[in-house]
Ligand binder design. Structure first.
Ligand code: AHR
Length: 551
């Protein structure tokens, strides 16, 4: 079964299958090498938007995760979970995507505005995947959390809203009207008055608009050529207002779907080369899910377990995460065939590991999983990959913020915890807005036994950015056993002082839960700086941030 079939089935039934593995042995590991940061080789500005998030109306993400309601015993700000707001303020979330995902192409934005008691209940796209006894709000959308509440959430956490339009089920006119509702100036239109009546006189100024989602699958089953025609129709002469320049994101490929990227752009430029100027970004979705070591491509059978995994599963997942770099480079090359000036950026608005069901902290929460240290390493290496391509990646949204796949937070009723992934986002926020720097990691590879054959994976990888006289270097050591001690040479400056923030644990399965909220948290220490290339010991299985003051 493939992902697109899963989505169809999840919307109509349940999923799940168990895959067991054996524990392998490890080969010996040496530790020598160096890191070189080249101050005179800037890569471009790291957009804060690559540190973005994704919130879909799917199971416990919105209702329970974000929205608890004004009358709730759970501390809230106008119905929005306060602990979530407080945590998100620490990570500068930049941009948040809503309402889907597949849900977006079934959503009527009008259902979620206007007087709360008049909002209709609708069958949620994901209803078929909900377990018997699931909360009503997960199955039948009460529309209590709509555009106003989402924008309010974004304002509370300091993020820009990124709305995904329904291209499969609504006409282009409705897309235009949603833009009008959000962006038309106070008092200018009937929809601006409707917005004001809800307490929002000033426009929301929403810049980012997704034009459908996964239009090759749940978003309409289009061919890339068909979708390109729809895209043009939806975006041509969409209303724009002062203060809200529109940035349209086209539904892009899944994984290495080069044909989608090529077919879509080929059709777009058939109307003229300058048509690419109407597209801000092309969405790329990439989930790491197949831990079968090449044994199957079946969507259910290929998946691994979120918390019960062996060392090979650890490396297999990271190996899959590492594919992101080739996807960015590959799609960028194809995009360059039609858009040589690279006006269009990649918007990686769904990424993360996807495991089989069973680890969720809240029983019944569809596709919720429990992130471990492995997912922290995966997330660190993905964010490092984005940082290394600041010219190509315009937006990134981790899937999904809370109570879902690679979640930063888990919550149920009055319980809440920050996952290791959340801690990585807090550490890496320091890169935002900095100048990416070329950084060379010259370290030995890791070797491990993969079903009787030796497999290799890189020993240390990361990224660096400059912020005035401060340099931030992040890296992950994927080696489950061995620390990596290496000098960090900064070409073009001297290091005056520095701190090291480390996220690791003695158990590679370490994770936080409602009961043990601090089982894995980062620690920060002062670095001892001797000479011009401070030597740092990157602990086994760790995510590290070095913050260095330069002179
Ligand atoms: O993140 C869950 C789902 O995965 C999204 O709704 C869809 O876009 C993707 O296939």
């Amino acid at each position: 079964m493939r992902r697109r079939e899963f989505i169809r089935n999840a919307a109509a039934a349940g999923t799940g299958m168990l895959v067991l593995r054996s524990a392998p042995g490890l080969f010996a590991q040496s530790t020598s090498g160096r890191i070189e940061v080249l101050l005179d080789e800037p890569l471009g500005t790291i957009s804060p938007n690559i540190y973005g998030h994704f919130t879909e109306n799917l199971s416990g993400v919105i209702y329970d995760g974000i929205w608890v309601g004004e009358g709730s015993k759970v501390a809230n700000v106008g119905g929005i979970r306060k602990e979530l707001v407080d945590e998100m303020r620490k990570i500068n979330p930049a941009v948040v995507r809503f309402p889907g995902g597949c849900f977006a192409d079934s959503y009527d934005w009008r259902d979620g505005i206007g007087p709360v008691d008049k909002r209709p209940r609708r069958t949620n796209f994901w209803n078929g995947g909900e377990k018997p006894g699931a909360p009503d709000a997960h199955r039948y959308d009460p529309n209590r959390f709509g555009t106003n509440e989402f924008v309010q959430f974004c304002r509370l956490i300091g993020a820009q809203p990124y709305l995904a339009a329904n291209l499969r089920g609504l006409p282009a006119q409705e897309f235009n009207r949603w833009i009008e509702y959000c962006n038309s100036p106070a008092g200018s239109t009937t929809l601006a008055d409707t917005r004001a009546a809800a307490g929002f006189k000033d426009p929301f100024n929403v810049h980012y608009w997704g034009v459908g989602n996964e239009s090759w699958g749940c978003g309409g089953n289009f061919t890339p050529q068909e979708y390109a025609v729809e895209y043009r129709r939806f975006t041509a002469w969409a209303p724009s207002y002062p203060g809200a320049e529109l940035s349209f994101v086209a539904s892009g490929p899944s994984d290495d779907g080069w044909d989608w990227t090529r077919g879509f752009l080929e059709e777009i430029v058939r109307k003229g080369r300058n048509q690419v100027r109407e597209i801000f970004g092309l969405a790329l979705h990439y989930y790491a899910w197949n831990l079968s070591r090449g044994k199957t491509k079946d969507w259910n059978e290929g998946k691994g377990d979120a918390v019960n995994f062996d060392v090979v599963d650890w490396y297999e997942l990271l190996r899959q995460g590492d594919v992101m770099e080739s996807l960015i480079k590959g799609h960028w090359l194809v995009m360059g065939e039609f858009d040589p000036d690279h006006h269009i950026k990649l918007v990686v608005d769904e990424w993360g590991p996807w495991y089989k069901p069973g680890s969720e902290l809240t029983p019944g929460d569809q596709i919720e999983q429990l992130p471990t240290l492995r997912d922290a390493i995966f997330s660190g290496l993905t964010l490092d990959t984005f940082n290394r391509h600041p010219d190509k990646v315009g937006v990134g949204c981790c899937a999904q913020l809370i109570n879902c796949l690679n979640s930063l937070y888990l919550a149920h009723e009055d319980r809440f915890c920050v996952t290791p992934v959340g801690h990585v986002f807090a550490m890496y926020a320091a890169h935002q807005g900095g100048t990416g720097l070329r950084t060379e990691f010259s370290v030995p590879s890791i070797h491990y036994d993969r079903d009787g054959k030796m497999a290799s994976f890189w020993g240390l990888q990361g990224s660096a950015s400059l912020h005035g006289k401060e340099m931030v270097l992040t890296a992950v050591n994927p080696d489950v056993k061995n620390p990596m001690e290496v000098p960090v040479a900064i070409r073009g400056a001297r290091v005056k002082s520095g701190t090291a923030t480390v996220l690791t644990a003695s158990d590679i399965h370490a994770r936080n839960t409602f009961e043990q909220r601090q089982a894995i948290v980062p620690t920060t220490t002062q670095m001892e700086i001797k000479g011009n290339a401070p030597v740092f010991r990157f602990p086994a299985a760790s995510v590290v941030k070095l913050t260095l003051a330069l002179e």
